[in-house]
Design a protein around this ligand. Structure first.
Ligand SMILES: [Zn+2]
Ligand SMILES: [Zn+2]
Length: 150
């Protein structure tokens, strides 16, 4: 999926009953440009810094629409911090989080998806998403020095 296709997907989604405004597409572009997990507030600040006039409320509700439209995933990490990440050109992956410094790493372990499918079959349900986070602590204190905003 390229950026144009992401726009088309969002456009068809909005047509089903939401207002189609240039601001919403501006937010989509900024969200797709993040190469990591981001908070709604981070996206809002980034947009403001680059001169955008989009309101905070529009950013927050558009991000939720992008989740519904499956262009973004919502991730709830520790302390109920909600972050978003783009599904754009990305594979299914999971996260390991250092509880001390708040850094987040991604990993892909195909067995996790196999377990999800197996459990789905067992209960005769069709899984469409799952949550798998590992909370940990950096073994190397050097890695752990810098506190992130998470
Ligand atoms: Zn991720
Ligand atoms: Zn750490």
């Amino acid at each position: 999926m390229d950026k144009r296709e992401a726009h088309e997907a969002f456009f068809s989604f909005l047509k089903q009953g939401y207002r189609i405004t240039p601001q919403r597409f501006e937010i989509l572009d900024f969200a797709l440009d993040f190469d990591k997990h981001f908070k709604a507030e981070e996206l809002f600040v980034k947009m403001q810094n680059s001169g955008s006039k989009v309101s905070r409320a529009t950013v927050y509700n558009t991000l939720e629409l992008l989740v519904q439209c499956e262009l973004l995933s919502r991730r709830v990490f520790e302390h109920n911090i909600t972050m978003y990440e783009s599904n754009f050109q990305r594979k299914q992956h999971d996260h390991i989080i250092c509880e001390e410094c708040g850094k987040i790493w991604e990993f892909v372990e195909p067995e996790i998806q196999e377990i999800v499918n197996k459990v789905g079959e067992k209960f005769n349900l069709e899984p469409h998403s799952y949550v798998f986070n590992i909370y940990a602590k950096c073994k190397n204190p050097e890695n752990c020095k810098e506190k992130t905003s998470v």
